[in-house]
Design a protein around this ligand. Structure first.
Ligand code: GLC
Length: 464
């Protein structure tokens, strides 16, 4: 490991800390004096989760506890029929500390100020994963059992588990509702959200106090939901050569419970690139599964998080790592890790992004490479014995990150160019790298983060 890179990353993380009334409460997303801040001067819930892991593994839990409490204070608490107010239970995408001369105040953004007004569906999930890691590292049960913390968990479950218009165990979301927070054709049932949903539900079932009567029906609902969710994703999202052969020969327009092609997928929709790209061994979880729709794109965060959390089976996890090893240039490249492969191009780009120049092919969310994902690569790689692959990815990354001043993302098929609009001094690029270093140094720390758990998939899921 490159000591200089590590020291620089820690310094960057320290410099990003935000305080509120004398206490550290989070880290800003980026601190790049050369670029307009927009909302990068705010504490993003999803970005801070990675900083939190780094602080926790370094034995510094205070900032994480203050962050968790601040987020509970900001969580939306009123049942809403007013469409301009955040739904009850929502955790803000980001917040900042303001001061108009009369003392510091917190200002939360639930997406109503963000570019394109996107809903932060993942914030609550990241809050739960942060809380879970905090509790496992510190064993601070007194904090966990506070009435406000237990209620915050229940509110999140009400918000995310209530049945609405669809009847799948997965979660239906609008476009851009997570790390990909721009229009990218990731509405419906994107894998990133399903992996986070699963990991967060596991966290909730671990964190809800068993002695609290108000928690009983939530615990029962979680026990019921988790196996169905696992079964659904493991069965319908998984793609390898065998499954591609099945899809290729699917019958269509099948009605009723005996249908094999449950989502009425047309084989003609299989994209040309996939036929030769998918290796003999190896596989991945598809980007999205819904009525008449399989999104064949590979999404790095969703796939690795599904493996980290135990949503993917062990065999699937091994197969994913085989795929990443065999398609190293495409999925890792010069700067780990490709967020989404392949990029949307031509008419697909026009229609699905609305001609978004920031997301033009092989840039940003649309095929860019994101160093923040290093922590997930390290976690899953080390667990599956792919140490060499992780070390190779890390040594390429640290050299460039140091030289380029910790950019937010890289562009190009192999991630060789600093992202065209990337901030430098991007906090989670440093934090993702640091967590990867911490795990490489002592792999037993993986268990401290305590992501997910082993869930047997329901052998016979509810009607899908
Ligand atoms: C961008 C990214 C988002 C991130 C935020 C702050 O909006 O798309 O994932 O949370 O910047 O870094």
């Amino acid at each position: 490991m490159n000591q200089e890179a590590r020291q620089r990353a820690w310094r960057l993380l320290e410099e990003s800390v935000v305080t509120y009334r004398g206490q550290p409460v989070g880290t800003v997303a980026a601190h790049d004096p050369e670029t307009e801040a927009l909302n990068y001067d705010q504490v993003f819930t999803r970005d801070f989760a990675i900083s939190a892991f780094a602080f926790l593994l370094d034995g510094r839990p205070e900032i994480v506890r203050h962050f968790l409490t601040t987020a509970v204070r900001l969580q939306s608490h009123e049942r809403q029929l007013d469409c301009f107010k955040p739904g009850e239970g929502l955790i803000p995408a980001s917040f900042k500390v303001t001061d108009n001369g009369e003392g510091e105040e917190l200002f939360a953004d639930f997406g109503e100020h963000a570019i394109a007004r996107v809903a932060p569906v993942d914030s609550g999930f990241w809050w739960l994963l942060t809380l879970q890691a905090y509790v496992h590292v510190t064993e601070d049960r007194a904090f966990l059992h506070q009435a406000s913390v237990q209620q915050a968990i229940r509110l999140l479950l009400d918000l995310s588990m209530t049945s609405r218009f669809d009847m799948f165990p997965t979660m239906l979301v609008p476009d851009g509702s997570f790390m990909i927070d721009r229009r990218m054709g990731v509405y419906g049932y994107p894998i990133d959200i399903q992996a986070q949903f699963f990991a967060a539900l596991c966290a909730a079932s671990d964190l809800l106090d068993a002695d609290e009567p108000a928690n009983a029906r939530y615990r029962a609902a979680l026990d019921e939901r988790l196996p169905h969710l696992a079964h659904h994703v493991r069965t319908y999202y998984w793609l390898d050569l065998e499954r591609l052969n099945q899809i290729y020969r699917y019958g269509v327009e099948e009605y009723g419970p005996a249908a094999v092609n449950k989502f009425n997928i047309y084989p003609e929709a299989i994209p040309d690139w996939l036929m030769d790209w998918l290796p003999e061994t190896g596989g991945y979880l598809l980007g999205n599964v819904g009525p008449g729709r399989l999104d064949y794109r590979y999404f790095g965060q969703g796939n690795l998080l599904a493996c980290a959390a135990g949503l993917a089976t062990e065999a699937q996890t091994t197969a994913l790592m085989q795929l990443i090893a065999q398609r190293y240039d495409d999925l890792i490249g010069q700067m780990p890790l490709k967020l989404c492969f392949p990029a949307l191009e031509g008419q697909d780009w026009r229609l699905l992004t609305g001609c978004d120049p920031k997301n033009r092919p092989w840039s940003y969310h649309n095929g860019g490479n994101w160093p923040v994902l290093l922590w997930l690569l390290a976690l899953v790689g080390l667990r599956t014995g792919a140490d060499e692959l992780v070390e190779r990815a890390m040594s390429d990354a640290e050299r460039r990150l140091l030289q380029d001043d910790w950019p937010e993302y890289y562009d190009g098929r192999r991630g060789r160019l600093v992202g065209q609009q990337a901030r430098r001094h991007q906090t989670w690029s440093a934090a993702g790298y640091l967590v990867a270093c911490q795990l490489l140094e002592r792999p037993e720390r993986i268990e401290l983060l305590h992501l997910g758990r082993s869930v047997e998939g329901a052998s016979c899921a509810a009607p899908v």
